[in-house]
Write a protein that binds this ligand. Structure first.
Ligand code: SAM
Length: 266
């Protein structure tokens, strides 16, 4: 598995400078930021911040819960979970530029004591067993081929009675149209179909409690997205045509979007 190629997919350079430029262009001061100021750009997934809130509600997140955000990106979901839901969050991500930017943005909104960002690989989580109440992941597994290994890692670090909350893209019918935000070409695209995903979850000991198909909502979201100086196009190279391809894949059912919560009895 070529992790360098994955990190390269998500690295353009000067990420913070581009975000600060976008903030200034919409009248926000990068020296005096709120969590909400960043939401147009820092939730790097279909449906933006509303998907983060929807997953948090589906998972029933409670104040003080200890959450691991796997593939935390620029940190928008982690900041929402800390600020709005009162969680203590560890964010882990493969891409150094996202980790650096996420840490700096956490500091600027005053959440550095509630969120820790760590560089690392989801397939080798650097945490002891029974560490987290919730393992949370949004739009990450499509870059990871070894899903059995991934779910075993989640099960290992979850406390007994914990839960896995994810919002992910899965394979539908037919080959996807590339390039896509997570993969310019097929070699780093690892979508699996619903049946396979459910089988893998259950083999790792998870019981699905919530399963919701948000494919149609996702397609409508990208169709309505208008370009603003502060938006997802700042996150990676050539994002606009990649988001348009994702819309076409969702509309045609080649790719599906699933929100799920699974319990882990331990
Ligand atoms: C589309 S972004 C989603 C970021 C964030 N979850 C969000 O929703 O805003 C995918 C992220 O997954 C990370 N990623 C991909 N493969 C990973 C792996 N094996 N381990 C850790 N992070 C990974 C990438 O670096 C990238 O930041």
């Amino acid at each position: 598995m070529d992790y360098e190629a994955v990190a390269t997919q998500y690295t353009q350079g000067n990420l913070l400078e581009r975000i600060f430029g976008g903030l200034l262009a919409v009248g926000k001061d990068p020296e005096h930021l709120s969590v909400e100021d960043l939401t147009p750009v820092d939730h790097f997934h279909t449906l933006g911040p509303s998907a983060t809130a929807g997953l948090a509600d589906a998972a029933g997140l409670r104040e003080g819960e200890v959450v691991l955000d796997v593939g935390s990106g620029l940190g928008g979901p982690a900041r929402m979970l800390a600020a709005r839901y009162g969680c203590l969050v560890t964010g882990l991500d493969l891409t150094p530029e996202f980790c650096t930017a996420a840490g700096e943005l956490n500091r600027r909104v005053g959440l550095q004591d509630r969120i820790v960002i760590q560089e690392g690989n989801a397939l080798a989580l650097p945490f002891p067993e029974n560490s987290f109440d919730v393992v949370w992941t949004m739009h990450v597994s499509m870059n990871i081929a070894d899903k059995a290994g991934l779910f075993d890692q989640f099960a290992r670090v979850l406390k007994p009675g914990g839960r896995l909350a994810f919002f992910d893209l899965i394979a539908g019918a037919g080959d996807p149209i590339f390039p896509l935000p997570w993969a310019d070409e097929p070699s780093i695209n690892h979508l699996v179909a619903e049946d396979e995903l459910r089988t893998l979850l259950s083999a790792a000991g998870f019981h699905v409690q919530h399963w919701e198909d948000l494919t149609a909502e996702g397609a409508a979201f990208f169709a309505k997205l208008t370009r603003s100086p502060l938006g997802p196009h700042l996150l990676i190279k050539d994002m606009a045509p990649k988001m348009d391809n994702l819309r076409r894949n969702l509309e045609s059912g080649r790719v599906r979007a699933i929100r799920s919560v699974a319990g882990f009895p331990g």
